[in-house]
Design a protein around this ligand. Structure first.
Ligand code: PRT
Ligand code: ZN
Length: 299
């Protein structure tokens, strides 16, 4: 018979372990693996692997086609998944979106021939639209009261107008160069998408606890990426104005420099505010400005 301790620890092992589905290969695979690594989760790497265990976190990783991930998570074959929001909305499975992951950013857009005169969605009335996203496209058409013929194809959607298959397409765009090379222009953004963490609806309490730990780590990694650590030298007579410019987590650290009349100022600023603030700091006489990436940020 097992001791109570043994039973408790087994319960944790079985109940608290999470099965995570990520893309096997493709645009989301590298970033998914990188995020796990940045979260301090070490995955034993097999070649041609279908699944792998984490060595230092109660997690088992399944490598799947991205299109299948929502179904596996709905069924509970996987407990959680990293997948594009575009796939989540298209597949429309019963899963819960928990946390955006900050990579795999793209948009699902309508594009038409570059020389077409497109004023609004009414252009699409009665037209043929080629897409791999029939559900999202139909929802857009319904919302705009448009009656169009959706032609579902699984790949190379952008060539459809060129070969006379459709007058418009609805496809993923990131840089826009694929559209450009195929003589198309983007006319409507239907959905902005990025990779997201989805979960099964029926996680048990122990699994939810492990998921909360994972989310906490993901949020720390994301916050760190959005912020930079800034060090600069400031003339003491401008210190008040310089500090007023720097938001920081609490308030900046100020240390005297060996050179009389100067201080070293350390703080954290949002990457998005960075260029504006740097210009103003320079105008106030700040020198030797260093901007350093942050690995993790726990607030
Ligand atoms: O084999 P599997 O089914 O797993 O992969 P897949 O071929 O279906 O997907 P994959 O690896 O191409 O994309 C996986 C996910 O990456 C997508 O579901 C999106 O969430 C995300 N993503 C981000 C993109 C893009 N950016 C993207 N640009 N997915 C596809 N594209 C394609 C787009 O379809 C078009 O052909 O890239 C082309 C356009 O790119 P630009 O830069 O020229 O505009
Ligand atoms: Zn796919």
């Amino acid at each position: 018979m097992k001791s109570t301790n043994e039973v408790a620890s087994n319960n944790y092992d079985n109940g608290g372990k999470l099965k995570l589905a990520i893309q096997k290969s493709g645009r989301l695979n590298d970033d998914s693996m990188k995020l796990l690594k940045e979260c301090g989760i070490d995955i034993s790497n097999g070649v041609n692997r279908l699944k792998a265990d984490a060595n230092n976190f109660p997690l088992e990783v399944f490598f799947l086609r991205d299109d299948d991930i929502p179904q596996y998570v709905e069924d509970g074959v996987a407990d959680i998944g990293f997948v594009g929001e575009n796939v989540v909305y298209e597949k429309n499975k019963e899963v819960i979106e928990v946390e955006k992951l900050g990579f795999g950013k793209c948009r699902l857009s309508i594009a038409v021939g570059r020389n077409e005169e497109y004023v609004d969605a009414n252009y699409l009335q009665g037209k043929k639209i080629a897409t791999s996203y029939p559900v999202i496209t139909q929802a857009f058409l319904d919302k705009n009261g448009i009656n169009a013929d959706i032609h579902e194809i699984s790949g190379s959607v952008e060539i459809a107008p060129g070969i006379g298959l459709a007058e418009a397409i609805c496809d993923l765009v990131s840089s826009g160069s694929t559209l450009f090379m195929n003589g198309l222009k983007e006319v409507e953004v239907i959905l902005k998408s990025e990779a997201t963490l989805i979960k099964n609806k029926n996680l048990n309490a122990a699994q939810q606890q492990v998921l909360d730990k994972l989310i906490f780590r993901i949020q720390s990694v994301k916050k760190a990426k959005h912020n930079k650590y800034v060090l600069l030298n400031a003339p003491n007579d401008q210190l008040d104005k310089i500090i007023a410019l720097l938001p920081g987590m609490k308030s900046p650290t100020v240390l005297p420099l060996a050179t009389e009349g100067w201080s070293s100022v350390h703080t954290v600023i949002k990457e998005s505010d960075f260029w504006d603030i740097i210009e103003q700091l320079k105008e106030l006489g700040a020198q030797g400005i260093l901007v350093v990436p942050i690995e993790k940020m726990i607030i």
